[in-house]
Design a protein around this ligand. Structure first.
Ligand code: SF4
Ligand code: SF4
Length: 368
């Protein structure tokens, strides 16, 4: 690619807020043994698409025939309203304290605003459209969590950071609170140096803090134990062994990132779309339990949370209610009354979770 074309590409990326980008080729086979071992051990749980795509995920040509380069971008998502008011490390420490205290429902930081799939895909599409207008016809496909790509390995190869023990990408100047998106293209863009060092060192903070011991080895998360997977992807009953540990996390889990020392360098989002909707920064359990299915669908319109559907949403709320530690006596009796009301017209699946919650609240009363 000519020098002036590459500089146009970079300028356009900047204009779209995509200045944290890197470029790599399509040789992604280095992570094949890890991926295969993870799949062989069933650690993907019910994520059938992972198994279905298997090692095909490592073949960029499956997504776009003729791909020669993959552009990887980092897009920070913590709203400035949260991160600019205090030092990132204080904000994350307080957030971790709050989630561990189980006094309000916790929604993962990335999921409180507009659906990130839409935000990122649209941003990448607009950027690619401008590249097209400036440089002429080129083949591309934009991806954000929407195709089975090994996005962390792509980002590492594109020089954007290393894979932490918790499996997420960490950048030494930005930590890990960002989304990754990719553009697969047939443009012969100049490549970046891969990020070959790993700066986790002796640290095991993420493994130690994980409520369910889901990080079973350095860089290996057993999805079947991970609260993020259990609250979002898992469609069945929450296994009893993880219910207490889930606390009041109703959508996703951030503990391993909140504990990571590199997030003292986290940067705020540039997209206002990631600001919390419906007060999800301080959600109220009783209010959420009051939502009908129609209300859930209306309030979560345009949000990633909508994809779990009302059934999983209510299941997660029931678990949170059973673990709720913030209730004063009066509030606790209202909570119990609400759970009983839901129980009166629940199907077997939900009734079982509600019974568990009622049992936990009663055992708290009796000091059990
Ligand atoms: S997201 Fe939560 S449950 Fe999953 S590995 Fe991280 S700390 Fe553990
Ligand atoms: S908490 Fe420590 S071990 Fe875990 S990803 Fe961060 S630096 Fe690495």
């Amino acid at each position: 690619m000519q020098e002036d074309h590459w500089s146009t590409f970079q300028q356009l990326a900047k204009r779209h807020g995509l200045d944290c980008l890197g470029v790599t080729d399509t040789q992604l086979q280095a992570c094949a043994p890890y991926l295969q071992a993870w799949l062989n051990q069933g650690m993907h749980g019910e994520m059938a698409y992972m198994e279905r795509h298997g090692l095909d995920r490592l073949d960029a040509n499956m997504l776009l025939p003729g791909t020669v380069r993959i552009v990887s971008v980092r897009i920070p998502y913590i709203p400035p309203s949260l991160l600019n008011e205090q030092e990132p490390k204080d904000f994350f420490a307080q957030t971790l304290d709050k989630v561990q205290s189980a006094t309000e429902p916790y929604i993962s930081l990335y999921a409180r605003g507009r659906d990130y799939h839409k935000v990122i895909r649209q941003t990448l599409q607009r950027f690619a459209g401008d590249v097209h207008a400036a440089l002429g016809e080129f083949g591309y496909r934009v991806v954000c969590d929407s195709a089975p790509t090994p996005e962390v390995e792509i980002a590492r190869k594109a020089g954007l950071g290393w894979r932490g023990k918790h499996t997420l990408l960490i950048n030494p100047k930005e930590g890990s609170f960002f989304f990754l998106g990719e553009i697969f293209t047939n443009l012969e863009l100049p490549m970046n140096q891969a990020f070959e060092t790993n700066h986790c060192g002796e640290c095991t903070a993420c493994m130690d803090v994980c409520p369910t011991q889901a990080i079973v080895a350095d860089g290996v998360v057993d999805a079947r134990r991970c609260i993020s997977y259990l609250t979002i992807e898992h469609d069945c009953a929450i296994p009893l062994e993880f219910r207490k540990a889930m606390g009041t996390r109703i959508y996703g889990c951030d503990d391993c990132q909140l504990a990571c020392p590199w997030n003292k360098f986290a940067k705020p989002a540039v997209h206002s779309d990631f600001e919390a909707r419906h007060g999800f920064d301080h959600a109220n359990l009783l209010e959420l339990l009051d939502w009908s299915e129609a209300e859930f669908l209306k309030r979560t319109e345009g949000m990633a949370m909508r994809r779990i559907g009302y059934k999983r949403f209510t299941r997660n709320l029931a678990i949170a209610a059973g673990n709720y530690a913030g209730a004063e006596n009066m509030e606790k009796s209202r909570l119990k009354a609400k759970l009983m009301e839901l129980r009166s017209h629940a199907d077997d699946f939900l009734a079982e979770h509600l019974d568990w919650a009622l049992g936990e609240l009663s055992s708290m009363d009796s000091g059990g």
